[in-house]
Write a protein that binds this ligand. Structure first.
Ligand code: DHB
Ligand code: FE
Length: 283
């Protein structure tokens, strides 16, 4: 069990998420958006705010409380957490309209690049005493026309059986439950890991406070994050969930899709097994 001292706090994981995002390529991509489009989008966003103020007859104390809260989100480094939980799914759904192949889902704030490269059949790095039910995920990466994609990268990262991510929770060693599997000549992979637990948005920061004050819950269902990359193909960023899992029907991040739900079955040794194929479009 982790002690209170090394448990991740909102300030800890939030600040890490901010630093990680600032260092990422995504933060440096200058969106190629012309001024008219910037003006139209910003006007529409502000109109949403103005309309809510009118509809709910918002008072000065409520306006000032909102300002103070926005400042806390920034000070606590929680903008990546907030944006990825409450906004990213809408962007992903929009982009998905013009995509074929395996369904995507949100990237979330906890992706880290450059993790250990592993062969097609391997165990995701884990602590000697890693808790959790063993899980083996097999599958194949293919083109839209069914051609197997050899040498494709299946980049996997997930929380441990307490819901914590390496790199963002101080008591979890770097690189734990993170790795990049390279598919074999038939595009296949066989990943050994453990079942992750549901993830809870840190409750001690401003995002958690907003959720509590609104009477919502802070949970995401247990999930595996996957990014599948192959030369000449569109990268898929997605997540895989577990049938019957808690919060599957009420994900705070609204990032589940029925096509992304696994239903692993335990073998005679108590190992949960499932297979899932990834289909990439050219591009
Ligand atoms: C957040 C955390 C996740 O693990 C995830 O998949 C999506 C969002 C978050 O705290 O913002
Ligand atoms: Fe996650």
């Amino acid at each position: 069990m982790s002690t209170l001292q090394d448990s991740p706090t909102a300030a800890g994981s939030g600040a890490n998420a901010s630093e990680n995002f600032k260092a990422s390529a995504a933060a440096h991509d200058v969106a190629d958006t012309p001024p008219e489009r910037v003006a139209a989008i910003v006007t529409a966003v502000l109109k949403g705010v103005h309309d809510a103020i009118a509809e709910y007859d918002v008072s000065y104390p409520e306006f000032q409380a909102a300002k103070a809260w926005l400042m806390e989100v920034g000070d606590g480094g929680e903008w990546p957490l907030f944006m990825d939980v409450f906004v990213e799914h809408a962007v992903e759904e929009q982009v998905a309209k013009s995509q074929q192949g395996t369904k995507g889902s949100i990237l979330g704030p906890y992706y880290l690049p450059d993790q250990v490269r592993l062969p097609a059949k391997a165990e995701l790095p884990r602590r000697d005493d890693e808790k959790g039910t063993p899980l083996v995920l097999t599958g194949q990466v293919r083109d839209l026309d069914g051609t197997p994609l050899a040498g494709a990268e299946v980049d996997l990262w997930h929380a441990d059986s307490d819901g914590y991510y390496a790199g963002f929770a101080p008591h979890v060693p770097d690189g734990n439950l993170r790795g990049v599997f390279v598919t074999d000549d038939e595009g296949r992979f066989e990943i050994s890991t453990i079942q992750p637990a549901p993830y809870q948005i840190p409750t001690d920061g401003p995002t958690g406070k907003m959720i509590e004050v609104a009477g919502w819950h802070p949970w995401r269902p247990a999930h595996l994050h996957v990014q599948v990359r192959a030369e000449g193909h569109r990268t898929i960023t997605t997540q895989l969930y577990f049938a019957g899992g808690e919060w599957l029907d009420s994900d705070v991040a609204e990032a589940t899709k029925p096509e992304l739900v696994l239903d692993p079955q335990a073998d005679d040794n108590g190992v949960n097994r499932e297979s899932y194929d990834f289909v990439l479009e050219r591009g």
